[in-house]
Design a protein around this ligand. Structure first.
Ligand code: NAD
Length: 339
């Protein structure tokens, strides 16, 4: 069994913990928090040993009725690999301690590529992470872009990509972020950082991205245009997407034309926390122009799509599955989903 610790049990960390616990070849040896919270109670309830960054705060946790197993250093002694899901920018400071305790580490998209030197997406570059000590799983938006661009590139060759991301203002539990009533160009400059981030996984793709933030909490929406090198048909593209293990098709017949209806669907499917691990491509949006330009809309569940990628990154780094296909299959089956 691969012993996994999760440093930072928040939006991403708690989902990664549950996904790891569901795998037949992995176990959660600890999760960490900085202060008492609803999530800390749940960690206790799930049976995940709870460690804290500052051991002097142990009495504060205990007064709140939350059992503490020790400090983060104790947790690192018990694991083979740590998934760092601390807030963006915090994780890089933890590298020294991971090196000190000689554990492999995975960071998230809020950190820069340089923290690990390998940016990861299971469908694109599993082999780059094979046996590696440090890996960064790219952000939710970059994950969504990488999946579909790589798929199109392998089949048709991608000459260029232009994409606009309409991003959620806050995660559902967030009470300090916005906007409440605005469309915010974020950034106002073009291109946005997302294109260069795609290039950390797919270095040869010519891509320009723009981004804005809107008052919603569930999912990002991508508008994508790809110029293809070889002749493509709408049916051919849809067939490819259907075969991808992490891209789902939102059927036209379902009548779903929004993110709100996808949230309802995910709840009706009894997905844990309403999570959609797969990218959601709207069938009716998929179009191929006369010069082989591919157009589509895809919705990306920001809290969920990177979770399954973290599980595959663990397997790659621990050499527990030789190919991406093998790991993706195991991960998906353990979570009970097929895209
Ligand atoms: P979050 O704020 O929801 O959770 C972070 C957790 O880390 C909290 O539980 C906090 O208690 C804990 N923490 C804070 N400082 C810590 C420290 N010094 N040591 C240990 N734990 C500490 O953050 P999040 O949204 O889960 O984001 C985590 C990472 O995942 C970031 O890099 C972010 O960019 C990335 N990411 C977030 C999303 C998203 O939509 N939320 C999507 C993809 C990637």
């Amino acid at each position: 069994m691969i012993k996994v610790a999760i440093n930072g049990y928040g939006t991403i960390g708690k989902r990664v913990a549950d996904a790891v616990a569901a795998q037949p070849d992995m176990e959660v040896v600890g999760v960490s928090k900085t202060r008492p919270s609803g999530e800390a109670y749940i960690a206790n309830e799930r049976g995940y040993p709870l460690y804290i960054a500052d051991i002097e705060k142990k009495p504060v946790f205990e007064q709140a009725g939350i059992a503490v197993a020790g400090d983060v250093e104790e947790m690192l002694k018990k694991c083979d690999i740590v998934v760092d899901a601390t807030p963006g920018g915090v994780g890089k400071a933890n590298k020294a301690i991971y090196e000190l305790f000689n554990v492999k580490a995975i960071w998230q998209g809020g950190e820069k590529h340089e923290v690990a030197g390998i940016s990861f997406n299971s469908s694109c570059n599993y082999e780059d992470a094979y046996g590696a000590d440090f890996v960064r799983v790219v952000s939710c938006n970059t994950t969504g872009l990488c999946r579909i661009i790589h798929l199109a590139d392998e089949a048709y060759g991608v000459k260029s990509v232009f994409s606009t991301m309409v991003r959620r203002g806050s995660d559902p539990g967030g009470i300090k972020k916005g906007p409440v009533d605005a469309i915010v160009l974020n950034p106002v400059t073009i291109p946005s950082h997302h294109g260069p981030d795609v290039n950390t996984v797919l270095p040869t793709i010519d891509i320009v991205t723009t981004a804005m933030i809107v008052p919603t909490t569930f999912m990002h929406m991508h508008v994508i245009r790809m110029e293809l090198a070889r002749e493509a048909s709408r049916d051919g593209v849809l067939d490819l997407i259907r075969k991808h293990p992490r891209i789902g098709i939102v059927k036209g017949a379902s009548g779903i034309t929004s993110t709100a209806e996808l949230r309802e669907l995910a709840s009706d499917m009894n997905r844990p926390r309403g999570d959609l691990w797969e990218s959601c491509v709207y069938e009716d949006s998929v179009s191929v122009g006369t010069n082989n330009e591919l157009y589509l809309f895809q919705a990306i569940h920001q809290e969920a799509d990177v979770v399954v990628e973290n599980v595959d990154a663990i397997r790659a780094m621990m050499k527990a599955a030789d190919t991406a296909e093998e790991s993706i299959k195991m991960t998906n089956e353990a979570l009970g989903f097929s895209a």
